[in-house]
Design a protein around this ligand. Structure first.
Ligand SMILES: Cc1cc2nc3c(=O)[nH]c(=O)nc-3n(C[C@H](O)[C@H](O)[C@H](O)COP(=O)(O)OP(=O)(O)OC[C@H]3O[C@@H](n4cnc5c(N)ncnc54)[C@H](O)[C@@H]3O)c2cc1C
Length: 296
């Protein structure tokens, strides 16, 4: 049976749906900024970070591609710094290995120069490498020129999620697993949430349901002006003998015709390297964040 502490007729001041990194971080931030606030987080799976938050590349993005002056560019730069700071303070695995964007064809040099200018505008202190400097830094990467961005890195995002969950719980947040939210009803005094395990009442609800966000929004009768179209990216894991093949994250110059970063080599926090992705239109959402790696 599920039990939660009751506060003046409510199960919580704020109820959060979704125990990925966004939901757990929201819980931690709320409780840190408003001590005494009662926070209840409901997750449908048997563990936290069971979906995208544990099936991603683990990259701390520096914010190379975002439009200068945009909130995305600013949040990405500040978020990367905050991510390193949090990981180091709480002993979460993190490595600031930097990233290279490599032009392999002469025609890509113009786009590389434009990216360099964008990195400068986004205050990322990029470094332009010619062919010889690139070869010296990464002997196994052949290219005509490259940009090095030192602030990119990798982190253990599931570990970070668990650490934030522990911090939130230490400050009174309640986290319930195996609670799939099936319905939300709002009235003038708050919100009632029906789950596979019971019924909860809160003054406010925040939904952080990842790829299910649109379905939860529809349950709340929100008019949507977007649609989630799931793509599945498949990555191959290189054999252990290639674990030291590169020191940086290695990316191509993006093709402006495609909304993807292109096939890249990712150093993973577990010490191995992946190559990918391809991009396949996913027929089911559950499958599109669940199969990041294949053996190579
Ligand atoms: C292949 C891939 C690679 C990526 N690489 C990177 C990267 O390198 N760097 C980076 O910063 N980002 C990367 N991302 C993006 C990053 O993983 C996501 O932005 C992040 O994990 C989103 O977190 P979230 O909490 O919103 O979603 P999720 O981690 O998906 O969490 C949502 C949670 O909501 C729960 N939920 C859904 N519906 C319900 C319901 N009805 N009731 C209760 N619970 C529910 C789910 O079970 C899930 O646990 C990548 C994503 C993918 C798919």
């Amino acid at each position: 049976m599920t039990t939660v502490q009751h506060h003046r007729g409510y199960d919580a001041d704020v109820l959060i749906v979704g125990g990925g990194i966004v939901g757990v971080s929201t819980a931690t931030q709320l409780i840190e900024r408003h001590p005494g606030l009662s926070v209840l987080l409901l997750e449908k799976e048997a563990s936290l970070a069971a979906h995208q938050s544990s099936h991603n590349s683990g990259v701390i993005h520096a914010g190379v591609y975002y439009a200068p002056g945009s909130l995305k560019a600013e949040f990405c730069r500040r978020g990367a710094a905050a991510t390193y700071e949090f990981a180091r303070r709480h002993d979460v695995r993190v490595e600031q290995c930097g990233k290279l964007i490599v032009a392999t064809e002469h025609v890509e040099i113009e786009r590389l120069n434009a990216l360099y200018a964008r990195c400068e505008q986004n205050r990322l202190e990029p470094q332009m490498l010619d062919e010889a400097a690139l070869r010296e830094l990464e002997p196994r990467i052949a290219g005509r020129a490259a940009i090095r961005v030192a602030s990119s890195g990798i982190a253990d995002y599931p570990g970070m999620t668990m650490t934030m969950a522990r911090l939130a719980q230490e400050q009174g947040a309640q986290i319930l697993l195996n609670q799939r939210v099936d319905a939300l009803h709002e009235d003038e005094n708050g919100i009632t949430v029906e789950t596979s395990g019971g019924r909860f009442r809160a003054k406010h609800a925040i939904v952080c349901a990842g790829l299910m966000a649109d379905r939860l929004a529809k349950m709340c009768n929100v008019d949507l002006d977007f649609r989630i179209v799931p793509f599945r990216g498949e990555y191959y894991r290189l054999p252990a003998s290639k674990n030291d093949i590169v020191k940086h994250l290695i990316y191509p110059v993006p093709d402006p015709e495609l909304p993807f970063l292109g096939v890249h080599l990712t150093r993973m926090i577990g010490g191995y390297i992946t190559v990918g992705p391809n991009a396949v239109l996913a027929l089911a959402r559950a499958g599109c964040d669940g199969g990041r790696q294949h053996g190579a």
